[in-house]
Design a protein. Structure first.
Length: 318
């Protein structure tokens, strides 16, 4: 394990050195929204960026077995069920893997330094305080989330994969069961909580072990909502495939799931669905990645009409 860790550290170091050099040449051309831009030069201390990028953070993926699960909502069980979640029906998926934790600020910093990707708007402290290293990254568009997952050799999960990873096979309302969300299980805006905007009250991605999903996935309810790969159609469930659905072939909005720190528990239900434009950047939304098991890529299904090459991961130095 130590040998593997040393190899990974060296790989990251090489990627960071290359990225820092590129950013040193490009930083004068970086443009950010005026109302969120730091009033200092975020690249003034490149050694601090590399130190943060080399911090240890929670890692790993969990395996989700193939087979059927109940997708969507049953209004008789879930009174908060919305029309876009109906009907509830069995859906069968191939086996896949999904990140155990949401993508952290540290993970995304490695991507920024390794590729020259845009600096997230909510990084205001060169780029963030160390105590925020294990917070999920926020303010990332669907396009950026997709690029990140490809860079690390993964992809965004489909909406069906995300839901199965969150609730298991039995159609439960939340990852932990049908009981209401509580303070010990999730980072959600419960009644009476006071939330600030200056910096969101995010939790470390490895908190709330009492609220993990049946497969051991953390924070599938609350903290940040998460982008998935599918286009959003509120009526899609009425005609979707029962085997490995990947969403409509096209659309205007992309799906995000799971609710956030500043939303009611009803929004964080495992079947809850929301959509945003692919360029939407919100302080409520982050991401996690997935990958197919045994080399069975979703591109073989062809439901989206995309070519196989469009679903391949981007070249990564990791």
């Amino acid at each position: 394990m130590a040998r593997h860790g040393d190899i990974m550290a060296r790989r990251i170091g090489v990627a960071l050195a290359t990225g820092l050099l590129a950013w040193g040449l490009m930083s004068s051309a970086v443009v950010r929204a005026d109302h969120l831009s730091p009033k200092h030069d975020p690249w003034a201390q490149p050694w601090e960026l590399e130190r943060l990028a080399l911090l240890e953070v929670p890692e790993g993926m969990v395996s989700v077995p193939g087979g059927p699960f109940l997708m969507g909502s049953n209004p008789k069980v879930d009174r908060a069920a919305g029309p876009q979640e109906l009907p509830q029906r069995p859906v069968s998926l191939d086996a896949f893997e999904i990140d155990r934790y949401e993508v952290t600020n540290v993970h995304y910093l490695r991507f920024v330094l390794g590729t020259g990707a845009a600096w997230p708007e909510f990084w205001m402290q060169d780029p963030f305080l160390e105590k925020m290293a294990l917070h999920p990254v926020i303010g990332v568009s669907w396009e950026e989330a997709d690029a990140y997952c490809r860079w690390v050799g993964k992809r965004l999960p489909t909406e069906a994969e995300w839901e199965k990873a969150a609730r298991g096979e039995d159609g439960r309302v939340f990852p932990w069961g049908n009981e209401p969300a509580g303070w010990m299980k999730s980072n959600i805006a419960h009644s009476g909580s006071k939330r600030g905007f200056k910096y969101p009250p995010l939790a470390n991605v490895n908190r709330y072990d009492k609220g993990v999903s049946p497969y051991g996935v953390y924070q599938m309810a609350g903290n940040v909502s998460e982008w998935v790969s599918d286009w959003f159609d509120p009526e899609y469930y009425r005609s979707s495939l029962s085997d490995n659905p990947t969403g409509p072939a096209a659309g205007e909005l992309k799906v995000f799931r799971g609710g956030s720190w500043n939303e009611d528990p009803e929004v964080a239900r495992s079947a809850g669905r929301n959509g945003g434009t692919p360029d939407r950047k919100s302080y409520l939304t982050g991401l996690r990645c997935a990958k197919s098991a045994l080399g069975k890529g979703l591109e073989a299904k062809g439901e989206r009409g995309e070519s196989a090459s469009s679903l391949l991961p981007l070249a990564s130095s990791r």
